[in-house]
Ligand binder design. Structure first.
Ligand code: DC
Length: 212
């Protein structure tokens, strides 16, 4: 059983995917983290995230990097969005994601192109979205709550600008752009708190699995 959870930045898809995986007792892969690791590795290499060659060279990042909290910062999120436009980078990360999806017992994967490219065969496809304002507010609150060691506090309006820029880059890239698969269940969480969002998703997943 493969469950694809896609959606724009800060839509809450990551939290939803993790809870869903725990509920179903299957492993979960945050695929954004892979792109974040590539973005961070480019910076470590003193490379240019907009250069396809530099970004591909960074796909060889050590696995230990995936544990580094710095990957969660806004800055690395921006780098991830930039390296993710290169088709060669997407190709280099494909195998790892596909292998995770195919493991016996099933898996939940969250990202941008899980339902469209990585696992078009997924049993359930969710597309989690919310308004720009509410996503920026959530990201800002999260930043304040977490107080990441590497991160300066960024004002809300800056985060909102970043969310808009990130959306534009993710939606408009040629290769595997952010979009809901035609058979995805689109869930807008703007008006929901975390609990309501999860309950709504869980109900939708149960119905989809029953209807298979
Ligand atoms: O979900 P996230 O914010 O951690 O993702 C960071 C960036 O990585 C995002 O802006 C685009 C890219 N990404 C992608 O292109 N495809 C995915 N499946 C996941 C993330």
């Amino acid at each position: 059983m493969i469950i694809a959870v896609d959606g724009p930045t800060a839509s809450g898809k990551g939290t939803i995917a993790k809870r869903l995986a725990a509920h179903l007792d299957v492993p979960c892969l945050d695929t954004g983290l892979l792109y974040r690791a590539v973005g961070r590795q480019v910076a470590i290499n003193d490379g240019d995230p907009d250069s396809s060659d530099d970004a591909v060279a960074a796909c060889d990042f050590p696995d230990a990097l995936l544990e580094d909290d710095i990957l969660r910062t806004e800055e690395v999120g921006g780098l991830a969005s930039r390296v993710s436009v290169h088709p060669e980078v997407r190709k280099a990360l494909f195998k790892r994601q596909r292998a995770f999806a195919e493991q016996p017992g099933g898996a939940v994967l969250d990202g941008r192109d899980i339902g469209t490219v990585i696992a078009p065969d997924a049993d359930v496809k969710l597309f989690i979205t919310a308004s720009v304002q509410s996503r920026a507010k959530r990201r800002w609150l999260e930043m304040i709550e977490k107080k990441l060691e590497h991160e300066e506090e960024i004002p809300l309006f800056e985060i909102e600008k970043d969310v808009v820029a990130r959306d534009a880059r993710d939606i408009n890239r040629k290769d595997a752009p952010l979009k809901a698969a035609p058979d995805a269940l689109v869930i807008d969480t703007t008006a929901f708190d975390r609990e309501q969002a999860f309950e709504t998703v869980l109900e939708a997943v149960k119905q989809a699995l029953e209807g298979r």
